[in-house]
Write a protein that binds this ligand. Sequence first.
Ligand code: JFH
Length: 238
Amino acid sequence: MKFDVVTIFPKMVEGPLQEGIVGRAIAKGLLDVRVHDLRDFTTDRHRVVDDVPFGGGPGMVLKPEPLFAAVDSIRAARGAPGAIILTSPDGERLTHTVAARLSALDHLVILCGRYEGVDERVREHVATEAISIGDYVVSGGELPALVIVDALARFVPGVVGDAASVAGDTFASGLLDYPQYTRPAEFRGLAVPRVLLSGHHAEIEKWRREQALARTRRHRPDLLERHGGVPAGEGEGS
Ligand code: JFH
């Protein structure tokens, strides 16, 4: 899967991409991520990417010309992408379902805004969709772009070592995760739940289902309601 990320802060994107599961996937050739400096697509001496908003108001807005030019250049080099994503606090919320849909595309362009956002003509005439990573504001599109690359990469075969790990991810199952423990069995007087040490697999599965369900009820009751109640086989039993 190919990504092109356009940003005024390329180092902010390149650093994190080299680490962990995404870093290994790039090293293995499963992912091809190119990061482009938006300033390379300016034509003035000072490489200006922003300007004041028409109509007044606070802050600055990213100018359209460098973003149009960056996408033209990516298209010329790599062909037409399957989607051109603008990261924005007012986009469609990134969910498991949206991530799975986008991960089926072979080539994605992600445009990172800064300041108060980007000229609306980019959103209307360049971007094919606007994506939000959640209902809070971060200072630019770089962290959202990294979240999008990481979340989509997990759906690409071979990126996550254990396929069962992807299938069991929260939101795939419809329930939040159950609690995890590792050695030592007792640490500073804090004991691991006895059932996990019992070797009784059916009991362990039952305990994990109960824990996942209790957590989901407490933190994300919407997940239970959206699926029309408790997911199949996930009852607390009688
Ligand atoms: C981004 C920024 C907008 C003004 C809410 C009402 C007024 C600051 C580019 C995505 C998510 C982002 C995100 C993505 C791209 C950019 C900063 C934008 C306003 C905010 C202030 C610039 C933020 N899910 N959160 N944040 N900014 N708006």
